[in-house]
Design a protein around this ligand. Sequence first.
Ligand code: NAD
Length: 376
Amino acid sequence: MKLAIPKEIRRGEQRVALVPAELARISGAEIHVEHGAGELALFPDSEYEAAGASIAGDAAALYKQAELVVKVNPPSLEEADLLPEGATLLSFLAPGSNLDVVRRLAERKITAFSFELVPRISRAQVMDALSSQATIAGYKAVLVAANRLSKLFPLFMTAAGTVPPARLLVMGAGVAGLQAIATARRLGAVVSAYDVRTAAREEVKSLGATFLELSLEAQEGSGGYASAQSEDFVARQQDLIGTHVAGSDVVVTTAAVPGRRAPVLITGAMVAAMRPGSVIVDLAAGSGGNCELTKDGEEVVFNGVHIIAAAELAATVPTHASSLYSRNVSSFAKLLVKDGQLAPDYSDEILDKSAVLIDGTVHYEPARLALEESAK
Ligand code: NAD
């Protein structure tokens, strides 16, 4: 089985899908790596060669004979065209919002698995790339905020005076939010957090942060995820959270609902009530943003408040982000390969649920329905 590791082409991307140390975990595969694929994550071609891989001069040469292609980002249409007919792709695919790519992959009879669709069962935890990358994003979000803030995070008691600790609020205490809390606490900030999932309360408290008790009845979701809340809920939440936002030096937002636009938790009016110099880091920027004023890919300054859209922070810590992602990839690849050949068994829940396309047929229902709708 020929496995290909391309160089990621998305702007700002520095990660690579498989690092050299992980290649040995995919037994029986002939591994090809595009020249420079790991360079920005500090994995030079020479390390791949030492691990037994061959280096391809460019993407066209790499893709030509690939049977399994492993990537970080969804392929562009041009990359999809490079995939040989009948090949298998493993990547983040954002299949709900990437219909053009799904259509092109279908035309090329591709089988594609999406990390966003890996079910949250314990056997699949080692393949949970959303979590491995969210852990890094949550950590880095706090460092980005600390770097932008004109104040210190910890309490300082010095001969020249006492500096109070920064106040940090985390909205959405999932994988990224909990890591943001832990990082902010290590830096000495006073941290509070809110999440619609009741299970988050104890996790927040165990990290030494205060859980905001809002008198709200949230809709519970399933599979560890939140469900979308009613408009009335969101309006009440905005009302209740306003004073907490205004009193914070830093707000890190991570609230997401799978397959939907991120809920708007912070309105423009709430930002206007914050002190100039405060910082909002919006990790939900890629799915619409938790702050009304977030502009994807930009840093906006409104009334002196910095609103930083931070959709892909894991890409800014490429060495470790790639290492963790590689373990997710190699663990998933083990399910796909039998006796050195690609042989996916779709009676395995993990493969069934994470397949977007099987031999060019759209298997992921929401994408199939959306494509049928767009064809009308
Ligand atoms: P996510 O990225 O989908 O969302 C981030 C957080 O935002 C979630 O905690 C969610 O509840 C919260 N949120 C959504 N709408 C909100 C709103 N209106 N207001 C406030 N908060 C809101 O979720 P995630 O971080 O990937 O995971 C959530 C939880 O799933 C984790 O904390 C973890 O306990 C669980 N999980 C389980 C497994 C497993 O069992 N295999 C794997 C990963 C995560």
